[in-house]
Design a protein around this ligand. Structure first.
Ligand SMILES: [Zn+2]
Length: 425
């Protein structure tokens, strides 16, 4: 089972100064900053997924994470050198279909997409698809929204042209067919058609909103319909660890997801993961970096100097607590004072203090073997600024990786990555 981490240009600066909260003046982002696979050991994922919508400015709205010089470097160096991928790691390109979900037709031509895959020298690339955002099992086709049926036809039509174009170019790219559907039957039919076209590997799209048993129902149907001829299956955007073994039983050999990474700073409570549990990160926002607090200062409701004092007090006490210098009540008292300044009237409703107590008392970061927790101690559970928050996300990836490694999957072998890796790069 391979885990691909979707690229969104998430890097951290290894020389960031946590005490002063500042970067080295000599830091050059694209030269000095590092990806998760460069700071976390063992490697926190098996490969990266890069979407065209994120790299190339285009009809796809609101994506574009790459500045022009960065994009030029990616094309010039190729994905392996650009991301400084270790030997064992694989790369997968896709179109980022969610970015054009509102368009009537995908905004890319086959040639544009292949120019992206070949230009960046990906190991594998997903055919152009159009997401169907809905699930209606057991409904006769005639009663299915015409737009949905059209999207499945578009996806299959583009997949057929895509695999023909890949064969014609003969650059060594592994073609991955994208399957869309709205029910077990329609997904199974898409996969059957893709297998017929010659695809040995198929990515199942549009399943993010599906419940786990609905995903399983689709996988069962695919298996029943295709039997021995079932291609390797990839789940796009799905990470349900509890069900991974079941997914594997039905032919899933890879998936991609950002969820554990993003929970580090997007989830309201489950920010820091461990083997057994999740913990709430301790919010100590920067006074001038927190819009709500800034507004309250400007409105005269909070004194700026009091806020700065409370912020510093929290950080100092948290660090002292990690060293065993103060007790938990003292830290919580300081956090309570600062939380009141930040949340104002919402304090009663939104307070995190009870969750902080659990985080502080259990000190999960002290037991984590990952290099980030070892290096940064309590800073990793402090919710504050991109350098801490992304490191916590990287830590979560390493926890997921360790859990995955403990699961036994059919077909997992030590030489898997080497085998799948193409000779390009
Ligand atoms: Zn850790």
């Amino acid at each position: 089972m391979k885990f691909y981490f979707p690229d969104s240009q998430d890097l951290v600066s290894p020389t960031y100064d946590f005490l002063q909260d500042e970067y080295l003046p000599t830091r050059v982002r694209q030269r000095d900053d590092v990806y998760a696979h460069e700071v976390v050991t063992p490697l926190p994922y098996d490969g990266i997924l890069v979407s065209k919508a994120i790299v190339d400015p285009s009809a796809a709205r609101g994506a574009g994470k790459y500045a022009a010089p960065q994009r030029a470097r990616l094309y010039r160096l190729g994905v392996r050198r650009f991301f400084r991928l270790p030997e064992s790691m694989v790369s997968l390109g896709d179109c980022g279909a969610f970015n054009y979900i509102d368009e009537e037709y995908p905004p890319y031509s086959i040639d544009e997409v292949l120019n992206f895959y070949d230009g960046c020298r990906f190991d594998a690339g997903v055919s152009i698809d159009h997401v169907i955002f809905g699930y209606r099992p057991g409904v006769p086709d005639d009663f299915i929204d015409e737009a949905w049926r059209k999207r499945r036809t578009i996806s299959l039509d583009l997949a057929e042209k895509f695999i023909a174009a890949v064969a014609e170019r003969d650059t060594g790219l592994e073609p991955v067919g994208a399957a869309q559907g709205w029910s077990p039957e329609s997904y199974a039919d898409s996969v059957a058609q893709l297998a017929e076209m010659g695809y040995r590997r198929v990515a199942l799209g549009g399943m993010v909103p599906l419940k786990t048993d609905e995903i399983v129902a689709c996988l069962v149907e695919i298996t029943e319909r295709l039997g021995e001829n079932r291609p390797h299956l990839h789940l796009l955007g799905i990470n349900r660890l509890d069900s991974m073994s079941t997914f594997a039983d039905y032919g899933v050999t890879s998936f991609d997801s950002t969820s554990v990474f993003r929970q580090a700073f997007m989830d309201d409570r489950n920010n820091y993961h461990t083997d057994e549990s999740t913990f709430t990160a301790i919010r100590v926002p920067q006074v001038d970096g927190n819009p709500a607090l800034k507004r309250r200062v400007l409105a005269g409701k909070v004194s700026q100097s009091a806020a700065i004092h409370a912020e510093r007090e929290c950080l100092a006490l948290l660090r002292a607590y990690d060293q065993g210098g103060v007790d938990v009540e003292e830290v919580l008292a300081a956090l309570t004072v600062y939380e009141r300044l930040v949340l104002g009237d919402d304090t009663k409703k939104k307070s995190y203090i009870a969750s902080y107590r659990r985080t502080l008392e259990e000190k999960p970061w002290q037991d984590c073997p990952c290099g980030l927790c070892r290096a940064h101690g309590i800073e990793i559970v402090v919710f504050r600024g991109t350098e801490r928050n992304k490191r916590r996300g990287f830590h979560n990836l390493s926890v997921l990786e360790a859990k995955m490694r403990r699961l036994q999957f059919p077909g997992d072998r030590g030489d898997d990555a080497a085998e799948a890796r193409s000779t390009r790069g």
